[in-house]
Design a protein around this ligand. Structure first.
Ligand SMILES: [Cu+2]
Length: 226
């Protein structure tokens, strides 16, 4: 015989059917919580042109990330997927809150491309990243799912002679080429920059200070200036 002590739901005895329904619901919630795309529901953004490193890998390989050809054709993306595929699935989420404008003080050399986030360290690694061809004047495009707006963008480019295939990006490798004004909330924001005096392989480094709160984004985009 079952005990007739009242349970916490108020004295009714629990039916086995209700208990098994509860177990199924719990199991379903646990499975959904571990699916890889669960985190992608967060709405943020990145530089889509010239594409940031993680976005470039996601765009090129996201729908075939198990393709073994990636190891030969795009070794930096392959390494990034091996290191942590979340870097690609969450291409929009390379952000830090509350930096208080202390970008340089709080971002060590060699960690600029990951915005100081260890989970995205693969994008700091030097190597044969696929680069976007640009002329010396080109347009930078932000895609922002959440329309945060911008207090400003700061745009840097590596000094002539920097070698992205062997060097990590540090503050001393960069020249500031543009600081923008404010932008109203929009999903697509673009502005023009000039890389005059430079040619060949470079890294474009962009800081986006979003406007909805103190939220700072940083990325590296590989460019080939023709
Ligand atoms: Cu956001």
């Amino acid at each position: 015989m079952r005990s007739h002590k009242p349970d916490q739901s108020g004295g009714r005895s629990r039916s086995p059917v209700r208990q098994s329904i509860r177990a199924v619901v719990l199991l379903f919630a646990m499975v959904v919580g571990t699916l890889p795309w669960a985190g992608a529901a967060q709405a943020h953004g990145t530089i889509i042109n010239p594409a940031s490193r993680a976005y470039q890998c996601w765009k090129t390989w996201g729908n075939q990330h198990m393709n073994p050809a990636m190891q030969q054709q795009d070794p930096m993306c392959w390494r990034a997927f091996q290191a942590n595929p979340d870097t690609m699935w969450n291409w929009m989420s390379q952000l830090r809150d509350g930096l208080g404008g202390q970008y340089q003080a709080r971002t060590p050399d060699g960690q600029l491309c990951s915005n100081g986030l260890s989970r995205n360290d693969s994008v700091n690694q030097p190597g044969a990243w696929k680069a976007t061809n640009v002329s010396s004047n080109f347009t930078v495009q932000l895609y922002d799912q959440a329309s945060h707006g911008a207090d400003f963008f700061r745009v840097y480019i590596t000094k002539q002679g920097f070698n992205p295939s062997t060097q990590k990006v540090g503050w001393g490798n960069l020249d500031l080429i543009a600081t923008t004004g404010r932008y109203a909330p929009a999903q697509n924001i673009s502005f023009n920059v000039s890389a005059s005096g430079r040619s060949g392989s470079h890294v474009l480094f962009v800081i986006w200070q979003a406007s909805h709160l103190d939220q700072a984004y940083m990325w590296c985009s590989d460019i080939n200036i023709t």
